[in-house]
Design a protein around this ligand. Structure first.
Ligand code: GAP
Length: 473
């Protein structure tokens, strides 16, 4: 399935709509429909459960989207958060120069301006020549009140850094620990594209994991994972045009600390547990000149989309860059005191950063096979659909009873009486409903119903509602 087909599917079945479509849409913005919002929340809830609730050393916050603009001066975003731009002199189309040039060259390009000059690139919209027009900052500006210029946050991370001391002082948590945040980020992308892949408004789940730099290899969980292998495209292999290789985590200790590799593995596993097949996943080490201004080392988890291998997750080592910057700009001490060693230090930071929409897109691509959306039980937008053969009593009484039993336990459920009965199975396969419960004539005699799991061939008749919960647990 290509991107256009997935887009049509998502729109047709109520997963995602172009934002404000009745007004012609708005480039880089999408709205989630009834099924999409369930899938998106399932992804978000799984992330929160797995990486916040189930980790004793991670806590959450919910920071504001608009905040004091000094944050963005300190973080370097006002100065450095920009992309190179190509502009068409005739039709005015604008393109993200690095991606455009990389697609033409089939490899990352060092000197974009030089490449553009020497290759006479053509505008895909009108065929005229494209010109390199420098860099454009990606932050959305806004005004708070009548005159205070500020920005919509371009990442959730900074709200964590500026609250770091508040969390320590109020929550009395010891290092190493992580602070997580889930919420909207905004980037005024030059050329939003590839459906949900490059948006101007999107959601991020980020963890800033704070650790004493001298303890960055003191990760109690590393021993258990050190023999695990990941498919990784190292810097030197990229430069030579080699493919990714399977490498043991312990053999990457010359590239990253144990805590960094721990987080990378945790998120790689998150994706495989969601049902993404390992052959569609790889890890890519950032090239030195591609690192963000704050990063010392960074690994992306990439998914093999029909439009190529693309980043769905970034895991960066940000060192003490951000805390130091905020200490300088705010004149607030950001160091911590280690009583055992009697020393003050500014913690270093490892940052797993997950875009929700990219995870959404990858899971949709992965699950759509043979006209079925084979989403895992945790991700399925509807856990159950109740299908009475007729929209009348006593079928509806039983349907309402089952609906209540399921929804009271938190399972998203639908009583579906729409259209011809035979077409309803097909519909629920297409939207990924995990199981269906059919109420037929025998229901009238013995109160039984028929359970059909989406991905199984057999039907099971039962009177026992516990059977449904066993399957959904
Ligand atoms: N705090 C670090 C940071 O924001 P990033 O690599 O710029 O790093 C992290 O973004 C993740 O956010 C990406 O891996 C991607 O999943 C998501 N993301 C970034 N820009 C996006 C965009 N324009 N549209 C959709 N998702 C985006």
């Amino acid at each position: 399935m290509n991107l256009e087909e997935l887009y049509s599917y998502a729109k047709k079945y109520g997963f995602v709509f172009p934002s404000a479509e009745i007004y012609g849409g708005f480039s880089g913005f999408y709205d989630f429909g009834p099924l999409g919002v369930e899938l998106k929340r399932n992804i978000e809830n799984l992330l929160w459960k797995r990486f916040v609730t189930e980790k004793n050393f991670v806590v959450g916050i919910d920071g504001s989207i608009i905040t004091n603009p000094q944050i963005w001066n300190a973080s370097g975003h006002t100065q450095n958060f920009s992309d190179p731009v190509l502009v068409c002199g005739k039709c005015g189309s604008r393109f993200k120069a690095d991606s455009f040039v990389e697609e033409v060259a089939k490899a990352p390009v060092d000197d974009i301006a030089e490449f553009v000059n020497s290759h006479k690139l053509k505008c895909p919209n009108c065929g005229s020549e494209l010109k390199f027009s420098g860099r454009t900052n990606l932050m959305f500006e806004t005004i708070a009140g009548t005159k205070d210029k500020t920005y919509l946050r371009p990442e959730t991370a900074q709200l964590i850094f500026v609250n770091f001391k508040q969390v320590i002082n109020s929550y009395k948590i010891n290092l190493p620990f992580g602070i997580a945040q889930l919420g909207k980020s905004f980037r005024n992308e030059i050329s939003p594209r590839d459906f949900l892949f490059r948006l101007r408004e999107f959601n991020q789940f980020e963890i800033e994991f704070f650790v004493d730099p001298e303890e960055a290899n003191n990760c109690p969980y590393f021993d258990k994972i050190k023999e695990k292998t990941i498919p990784i495209l190292m810097e030197k292999d990229q430069l030579k045009g080699n493919p990714a290789r399977e490498v043991k985590l312990k053999d990457l200790l010359n590239k990253a600390t144990k805590w960094h590799l721990y987080w990378l593995w945790e998120f790689y596993q998150f994706f495989t547990d969601l049902g993404i097949s390992p052959e569609n996943l790889r890890i890519r080490e950032h090239l030195k000149d591609e690192l963000a201004h704050y990063a010392k080392t960074c690994f992306d988890i990439e998914y093999k989309f029909p439009f190529g291998w693309k980043e769905i997750h970034g895991c960066a080592y940000r060192s003490d860059f951000d805390l130091k910057q905020h200490q300088t700009y705010s004149k607030t001490k950001m160091d911590v005191f280690d009583q055992k060693r009697n020393k003050h230090y500014i913690p270093h930071v490892i940052e797993p950063s997950q875009g929700i929409e990219r995870a959404f897109l990858a899971t949709m691509f992965e699950a759509l096979k043979d006209d079925k959306l084979r989403l895992s039980k945790q991700l399925a937008p509807l856990k159950a659909a109740i299908l009475p053969v007729f929209n009348k009593e006593p079928f509806m009484e039983k349907a309402n009873f089952l609906f209540k039993e399921l929804t009271i336990r938190g399972y998203s459920t639908m009583i579906d009486v729409r259209g011809p009965f035979v077409k309803r199975y097909d519909y629920h396969n297409k939207i990924g409903t995990y199981l269906t419960l059919t109420l037929d004539y025998q229901t009238l005699d013995d109160d039984s119903f028929v359970i059909k799991l989406r991905d199984a061939d057999n039907f099971v008749r039962t009177c026992d509602t516990e059977k449904i919960f066993e399957l959904l647990n």
